[in-house]
Design a protein around this ligand. Sequence first.
Ligand SMILES: *Cc1c(COP(=O)(O)O)cnc(C)c1O
Ligand SMILES: [Zn+2]
Length: 418
Amino acid sequence: MSNVTGFACVICDKTYPADFAGYVCTDHGNEGILDVRYDYERIASSWTKKDLDANRNRTMWRYRPLLPVRPDASVPPLTVGGTPMYDAAPLAADLGIAKVWVKDEGRQPTASLKDRASAMAVVKAQERRAGVITTASTGNAAAALAGISASVGQKNVIFVPKTAPEAKIAQLLAYGSTVALVNGNYNASFELCMLAAEAYGWYNRNTGFNPFMTEGKKTAGFEILEDLEWSTPDAIFVSVGDGSIIGGVHKAMRDALSLGWIDEPPRLYGIQSAGSDYMVQAYESGDDVLTKPPIAADTVADSISADLPRDRIKAMRAVTETGGAYIRVSDDDILDAVPAMAGGAGVFAEPAGAAAYAGLIAAVDRGLVSPSDEVVVLSTGSGLKDVASAMKAVTAAGTKPMYIDPTLDALKEALGHQ
Ligand SMILES: *Cc1c(COP(=O)(O)O)cnc(C)c1O
Ligand SMILES: [Zn+2]
């Protein structure tokens, strides 16, 4: 038995029992995403921060009492979670704020935060003895599902836009997935994957549909809190596509509040590109995300390109319930943030990861962050995921290598020495 008591629809709050086999609210269809509920009293009575201290398992599964898995469930062998969070003093000095931590999710086995959700998906699929597991993705969720599936021999079928960065497609093929490169964007890939899952009865990992993905992603939030010894930072900056990561971070904060492990949640800031700013638009105009129509998204940060953020209800609550905000940054700002974060913290992120840092810069400019604030930037994916964009970023920044002949004289000349 896990500590799950059931599920509740994010729209109507209708509850479903812990053994409910569906994915979404029967009254609200695909919009009716479910929130997993736990027996916090039971958890608190049998599990303490001391137990956690004594646990030498550094993976995401160290939080098992707060996860929708049985205590004895076997989990994939890849090391998911336990990513480092660095005190980036040069960035804090640059911005004139007290503290900037950068949590590097590029260190996951497939090099993005998505491993946390995909590991959870594989456990749930195997629980149901699913023959095939499937997902649509801009690339990283797919790479994560492919890699984690490979580690346990789980068949999987992947739908990604054919424009996904080459490194992500290479990962899928190397991990041995059945790969559909869709002649369309993420939204089109998502719709096709949903149809296929239904038609073939495949286990469906899709973001903003499968309720367990939030539960996997929230472990990043637990790690932030645990690294800070359960004192909360003032704010956490998260880039937003479907809104599942920010919803997961919020869920971690709510879980920790429910257990009495923290007193107050940090402000959560959702960062979007100006070319994919559905949530920012809704936040600024007060539009209901349930009825607001899709936009036509286009951004260099492929991982946060979403016409219709699938987890938008949880994503909006993450910000409004914590006193944060949604912030828009330009693609140029995002590209600038790649070398800024790499050079100032040693963390090389793909554009969607660096977008969180671009958002912090914008927030400081707008006075949303004060000089005494201690903030976390969640760097969601590795820069090696999208080398073409990284080259674009350093070129735009005017960074050039020296092209020289292999002689000391040539080097001296290039360095401008006599
Ligand atoms: C998926 C992803 C995001 C955005 O996460 P959502 O849950 O879609 O909001 C941000 N950065 C990277 C690197 C990602 O892979
Ligand atoms: Zn409902």
